[in-house]
Design a protein around this ligand. Structure first.
Ligand code: SF4
Length: 352
């Protein structure tokens, strides 16, 4: 532990959420960092914190504004859970993140890892925060040959860190803060996931079993992820001059409550598009194929074809979830990055 601490204090990475002493920063950054690269999070975090000063402000933010702040990070349920959680914190905890593990775990969107990060980094309390990086480091250090995706291994690692704090009587808050972040940094820059870990530069190499046994390239062992489902989609970008038709997605499921260009979960050629739109009552002036694109979610991949459909007027009544937007309106709507190809194609974010 001492060597790890020394290494961290000499070489720690600098982030806007680090060393602020604010558990709110730990919470927001950890939620953003789930599924997103650290470097990519920095700009989002700064924009978010410039606009949302505290838990009360988060509890009151307009949904559309929140989604715009989150746009590009993906996994939008994380943002919705942040707001729901802030509302619970205002109702039950006077706008403060609790310092008890059980209370944190009862809040929307907070699991064992995030609770551990808030407690250890935010409050300097001796709780483990075991994410994928930390799991990998420990699995190599102890040469664990079981699947690190299993609950059993995760719990074992959590207990290992907790007992390490107990056995070494580590109670100093700054030391606990630094140790949690030291494991994270070590996993991110030394004991790396893809490729050879830098064992010679690692403060743990003298006692690391994987290094001693020549297994650092082989471990950890992970079960395979489930294969993603491929969904073919066709998008209809229906426009009259600079006015576009957009629709709001249902309030449950993938990309809930966000805006999109309407579409179907099928692959259409130009004739299919023409037939489909005429059935819906449109009279297209021109149908033009746009570039195809792909977006990868955790369990699904969208393979998208898109068509620009020019019409001469909006004679059809709009459905409840549909609206007409000009370029300016489109800039303020939360349109997920799944549609980035088309947002970029029309330059709909260029004024930002
Ligand atoms: S010695 Fe190598 S394998 Fe062991 S923890 Fe350090 S970087 Fe990882």
């Amino acid at each position: 532990m001492k060597k790890l601490l020394k290494w961290y204090r000499a070489s720690k990475r600098s982030f806007p959420w680090r060393d602020t002493g604010d558990p709110f920063d730990v919470w927001i950054s950890e939620i953003m960092l789930q599924q997103t690269r650290t470097q990519a999070v920095i700009g989002y975090f700064e924009r978010f914190r410039n606009e949302i000063k505290d838990i009360e402000a988060l509890s009151l933010i307009e949904d559309d504004r929140l989604m715009r702040l989150w746009e590009g990070l993906g996994y939008y349920s994380r943002a919705r859970n942040l707001k729901r959680c802030a509302q619970v914190l205002m109702e039950r905890y006077e706008g403060r993140l609790p310092e008890e593990q059980e209370a944190l775990l009862s809040l929307p969107g907070i699991g064992p890892y995030t609770a551990g990060a808030i407690l250890s980094i935010g409050y300097g309390r001796p709780y483990p925060a075991v994410d994928g990086n930390v799991l990998r480091v420990l699995a190599r250090y102890f040469a664990i040959k079981e699947n690190i995706r299993s609950d059993k291994v995760r719990k074992l690692m959590e207990e290992t860190i907790a007992s390490c704090y107990r056995d070494n009587k580590i109670t100093d808050k700054q030391e606990i803060r630094d140790l949690t972040q030291a494991f994270m940094d070590l996993g991110a820059v030394v004991c790396i996931p893809n490729g050879k870990p830098n064992c010679e530069g690692c403060p743990l190499h003298q006692n690391c079993k994987a290094h001693i046994e020549g297994l650092s390239d082989v471990l950890p062992y992970r079960s395979k992820n489930k294969e993603r489902k491929i969904v073919d989609r066709t998008l209809f970008i229906i426009r009259n001059g600079d006015t576009f038709l957009v629709s709001k997605r249902p309030n449950k499921g993938l990309l809930a409550d966000l805006y999109e260009f309407p579409g179907v979960d099928e692959r259409f050629d130009e004739k299919d598009v023409d037939r489909y739109l005429k059935e819906k009552g449109y009279d297209p002036l021109q149908i033009r194929k746009l570039p195809s694109s792909k977006h990868i979610f955790s369990h699904v991949e969208w393979h998208m074809d898109a068509y620009e459909i020019r019409i001469s007027n909006w004679s059809l009544p709009l459905k409840e979830n549909e609206m007409l937007s000009d370029r300016k309106d489109l800039q303020s709507l939360a349109i997920p990055s799944a549609f980035k190809t088309y947002i970029d194609y029309y330059g709909l974010r260029e004024s930002e």
